[in-house]
Design a protein around this ligand. Structure first.
Ligand SMILES: [Zn+2]
Length: 206
């Protein structure tokens, strides 16, 4: 009898980002909705925009923590919806991280996206986890927005934080038990901080 192969272990959660210096690092923001934020953003973050065409949104879904990757058919209008939802989430979660009130218009944008039907989970033909049929971008965004509702109203809502590096705008939720996470990623800002601390100590000693 042939043994069926074990499912591949899921990779570490989070998405791979490229820093301004060109190096890549893994950033696990702790929630699906927060994984959408590094695709661009409002204001000065517009220059980081990567959601231009339907394929960009399906690429994001494939890189996100959605397992398995859903089959999607996305329209140009839904890409615009994705940018609008992302910018609203960006401002709402950044406000939350700084204990500031959210703009009601942004909250309304999140709620409107959450009101649509989400991706439908299904059991696949071989008993594996799957998604029902081919979904549109609106379902994808509803799933992201519902995740945001759960995050913003759930037990970790007070653990939504901005990276402690002054020049880093990445937002994460600290789900660790001690709750002392300070950085977007130890590989990135955590390491930069360590290098700076070491340099400061050396110049003091020197
Ligand atoms: Zn950072």
């Amino acid at each position: 009898m042939e043994e069926s192969p074990l499912p591949l272990p899921a990779g570490p959660p989070g998405i791979v980002l490229r820093s301004y210096s060109g190096s890549t690092f893994r950033f696990d923001p702790g929630a699906l909705c927060l994984e959408l934020l590094p695709t661009g953003g409002p204001g000065e973050f517009q220059r980081f925009e990567v959601l231009h065409a339907p394929g960009d949104l399906t690429d994001w879904a494939a890189r996100s923590r959605l397992t398995p990757t859903p089959l999607l058919e996305v329209s140009d209008a839904e890409v615009a919806d994705a940018r609008r939802l992302r910018d609203a989430l960006f401002r709402v979660t950044t406000a939350r991280a700084h204990d500031a009130p959210a703009d009601p218009a942004d909250v309304a944008t999140v709620n409107a996206a959450a009101a649509h039907a989400p991706l439908v989970p299904a059991v696949g033909p071989d008993g594996e986890r799957s998604w029902a049929g081919t979904a549109d971008g609106t379902r994808l965004l509803a799933t992201v927005a519902r995740d945001a509702v759960e995050l913003l109203t759930g037990p970790f809502a007070h653990r939504i934080r901005a990276c402690s590096a002054g020049d880093c705008a990445l937002i994460y939720v600290d789900t660790s038990r001690p709750g002392r996470r300070r950085w977007c990623s130890m590989e990135h800002c955590g390491n930069r901080h360590k290098v700076r601390t070491l340099r400061a100590r050396r110049s003091e000693e020197g």
